[in-house]
Design a protein around this ligand. Structure first.
Ligand SMILES: [Zn+2]
Length: 182
């Protein structure tokens, strides 16, 4: 996959543009509030810029929601990092046998960081999962969901239907579990 992403600005909206095989233009606001656009190489730049400008209000609303979510997460109890790492490592060890086939070299490297844009980040290429520090203070059912979610990225790197099918195979009630997270 040879994708190049570059930063552009249209109508005071800064966004990252990735050229790839999508139908026309896809627009999304990331967990950190960043605007990401993917467009087919056939769509001219001016048309992509225009698309972003026309969705300016939608982007602003999505960014406001993202900001509110980050504040809600920041307000959650902040456990002690060493204890949080131990708890998340314990859970990862528990679920590892289900993913041994895609991780034959052993457990992924587990890190805990003060994240607020996401509850977990999986880097399949590095064999590494980073969890949000505040996740360790969330209900067990929610912690398990995030562990399984991140592990499933070793099977499917994106959030395609195939990915959610893997999550559902292990945790059929994953939606209820996810709903526990602020
Ligand atoms: Zn994910």
């Amino acid at each position: 996959m040879n994708q190049t992403a570059f930063l552009r600005t249209a109508g005071e909206v800064s966004y990252t543009l990735t050229r790839k095989k999508v139908k026309n233009i896809n627009l999304r606001v990331g967990g950190d509030g960043s605007v990401r656009v993917s467009a087919s190489p056939r769509v001219p730049l001016a048309q992509v810029d225009d698309f972003v400008v026309r969705h300016r209000d939608w982007i602003a609303r999505a960014q406001a929601q993202t900001h509110a979510r980050q504040e809600r997460r920041q307000a959650q109890p902040r456990p002690e990092p060493q204890a949080a790492l131990e708890e998340m490592t314990r859970l990862c060890r528990q679920y590892y046998p289900l993913f041994r086939q895609v991780l034959p070299g052993g457990m992924p490297r587990i890190l805990v960081k003060d994240l607020t844009a996401s509850w977990g980040i999986c880097r399949p290429g590095k064999g590494q999962i980073t969890f949000a520090l505040r996740l360790a203070a969330q209900p067990l059912a929610a912690r398990e969901y995030v562990v399984v979610h991140e592990y499933c990225h070793f099977l499917v790197p994106n959030h395609s239907p195939a990915f959610w099918a893997e999550v559902g195979r292990i945790l059929p009630d994953w939606k209820d579990r996810r709903a526990l997270l602020p």
